[in-house]
Design a protein around this ligand. Sequence first.
Ligand code: CTP
Length: 417
Amino acid sequence: MVVIGKEIKASLPAEVLSLVRAAGKLAAEREQKLYLVGGVVRDIFLKRRNLDLDLVLEGDAPSLARELAKTKDGKVVTHDRFGTATFRKNEISIDIVTARSETYSRPGALPTVKPGMIGNDLFRRDFTINAMAASLEPARFGKLIDPYGGKDDLDRRLIRILHKDSFRDDPTRIWRAIRYEQRLDFKLEQETERLLRHDVAMIGKVSGDRLRHELERILEEDKPEKMLRRAAELGVLQQLLQSLEGNGWLARRFQEARKIDVTDKTKSAIYLALLAWRLNSENMEALIERLRFGSEASRVLRDIPEVKQTLPALTVGRIKPGAICRLLEPHRQQTIVAASLAADSALVRRRLKRYLADLRFVSPRLSGEDLKSMGVAQGKKLGALLKLLKEAKLDGMVKTREQEKKLVRKWLREGKV
Ligand code: CTP
């Protein structure tokens, strides 16, 4: 019997540990069994930080979660129909679900779910390393339940499915297999890799929302280029869209992208733009439709072919800063960041970076209010004048407020806008 009580205690923060133990005690009082399962058990063995806690109860999870919330002064959100609950306290979030068995009516469909025991619950999971549980029963705290040899596969660094129909039941597991293999520097077990290659076309059965979710999870990883390269090698990336590539070109751009100081969300958006960079408009539309991207991501993606069309104008020998702004201002910032990494010409990349770091922040000395007090009515004309003033300032035509005013009066006289 393997017991990992010590390892659990060593890897969970004290407050989380105390909540988990309290939950185990409450379950025992109801004569129900509670387990820590899935990714967190895997990561305890691997000594990787993971505070995404999943608990499985052989019993009604929402009811236990409510009791835990009451005794531990936390909050709870339950989905009674699904037998799931999320307990929250301070920054801590713990998912508690009723043990269940799943069957699949057809490939790619969502499973039919029935309450079950921990054994059924582990059998419905994706890979052996994710199909381990540790008891939270006070008398057996940390006793490992490992029916599929997950611990051995961790030691051998293998990603292995539990049965031969696994990828057909849930083809999103094909993406998940690649994600874990590359994140952990593991290998797909031989038969798993054979079945993955065999079932790769099943990805076509998966809904756009579920596929997009898998891609987003990959783009949130530390080094998504590793997963995309492997996905290309296995023919998985091409299942999203035939013309997508996950090669060295992409890897170098991703590495560059990581040097830019942006939020994680922006970084994922830039990765996506780079992945889609070389698509033409037609394929871009196909990608947007297949993965059902939301309006913001779609805007960035649709802007790519347009930005690519403006890039040749940035290759001319001399170009004034005002002209650079005029060319780039209509475009999404994330697309321009992607362009500054992806453009072939070093000169163009330099100019794009200059725009991003500097030019785009320049504003005229006169404000909208100033223009209004000069008799310009609120509206399009005022906006156009401010833009022209900004360009004039960037190009060194005006320096002082007085010079800006003079120029505006001249434009108004000449009917420039
Ligand atoms: N799971 C599964 N099949 C899926 C999705 C999830 O079997 N298609 C199971 C796995 O046991 C997994 C657990 O549900 O460990 C939790 O899912 P998720 O949060 O997606 O996985 P983690 O292992 O926690 O992944 P990560 O480390 O990336 O958060």
